[in-house]
Design a binder for this molecule. Structure first.
Ligand code: NAG
Ligand code: NAG
Ligand code: NAG
Length: 317
């Protein structure tokens, strides 16, 4: 489904590009019956391949640094555009190096969906550098107290793990509100996606034996809205949280979250209804070499988007 007016589909991350495949396939047939094998290719294999392929584009060999307008950033733009074009999209880049791709719906009255993401990265922190933890709180109520509680919790985690942490709060701005209906629809879609995710994971296990989960390093509490935590040394232990691989059973559950960080969605919120879908990172760590997302969790997110689009924009089923 796509654009009548407005900027149309704006793609910038592997997990999102796949959607073009899903939508294009759906447009060809009113009620496509995609086999589990096809769904596995579209919702599991391709997005994870795209993510890994993008993750290989870096200005610094051996680490991931793709800062805005750097050579790697430009190479990534080229690759994104080729993927979009191969999914049947018309693509262009604007003066701000935004990469755009658009698919026109056959129905000129069809609503416009806009998807957006960054494709630049922060400079790889490496040892002894700062990195940012993105920590989410469920709701924006009592934000300041929540942030203080988080800070206290984080200090305890750092002490327990003998990490040198310095905590500072970066963002206390009032939240941009997501559209409640979109949020409810996305939450519903996580429930609708459950059996699909279980089937995707079953396919994945058929195709390859599950890899052993990589050792976790730093831990973070999963509540609240705060940023900023340097993690100077690898911890002595490799304890993982109980649910760090929960996606492996196909138990996909959605919670409404508030993000403390700035996102492109803040801009979109000014022009249209906006909702965000977060893919969890191991131990909540992001913007760091320790950031890690499992292929299963990527598939849980793509399956949820797929369910959402089928239900709300394509076939009402
Ligand atoms: C990423 O780079 C590694 C090492 O060069 C290579 O083995 C792998 O195939 C690449 N992955 C993708 C998806 O391009
Ligand atoms: C980490 O952040 C602090 C506070 O912003 C800054 O003073 C320091 O230089 C940073 N360290 C590195 C290695 O970037
Ligand atoms: C979510 O699911 C509930 C229960 O089936 C339903 O009543 C509600 O209308 C759904 N909301 C949206 C936005 O789809």
């Amino acid at each position: 489904m796509a654009s009548r007016t407005g900027p149309g589909l704006l793609f910038a991350a592997g997990a999102i590009i796949l959607l073009a495949g899903g939508v294009a396939a759906a447009a060809a047939d009113k009620r496509p019956q995609l086999s589990d094998e096809t769904l596995y290719q579209l919702l599991y294999v391709e997005p994870n391949h795209y993510l890994q392929s993008l993750g290989n584009i870096s200005d610094v060999p051996g680490s991931l640094s793709r800062t805005f307008l750097s050579p790697a950033h430009r190479r990534a733009a080229g690759r994104l555009r080729r993927w979009m074009a191969s999914a049947g999209m018309r693509t262009w880049a604007d003066q701000m190096a935004n990469v755009h791709g658009i698919v026109k719906a056959s129905d000129p009255e069809a609503p416009t969906i806009i998807l957006g993401s960054h494709y630049d990265t922060v400079v790889d922190g490496g040892n002894n550098a700062n990195f940012t933890l993105d920590i989410r709180s469920r709701w924006d109520k009592n934000r300041k107290q929540v942030i203080q509680q988080l800070k206290t919790t984080m200090e305890a985690v750092c002490a327990r793990r003998k990490l040198q942490c310095r905590l500072y709060v970066k963002n206390e701005a009032a939240a941009v509100e997501a559209n409640p209906e979109l949020v409810e629809g996305l939450l519903n879609a996580t429930v609708d996606a459950e059996s699909l995710v279980a089937r995707l994971l079953a396919q994945a296990r058929l195709h390859a034996p599950p890899a052993p989960p990589p050792a976790a390093t730093c831990a973070a509490p999963a509540d609240g809205g705060m940023q900023g935590t340097p993690c100077a040394e690898p911890p002595a232990d490799t304890e993982t949280t109980d649910d760090s691989d929960a996606g492996a059973d196909g138990d996909v559950t959605g919670d409404a979250l508030v993000s403390g960080a700035g996102h492109d969605a803040m801009v979109f919120a000014e022009v249209t209804k906006m909702g965000m879908l977060f893919v969890r990172c191991r131990d909540g760590i992001s913007h760091s070499p320790l950031e890690h997302v499992t292929p299963d969790d990527v598939a849980a997110a793509t399956a949820t988007l797929y369910r959402y689009l089928r239900k709300h924009l394509l076939f009402n089923t």
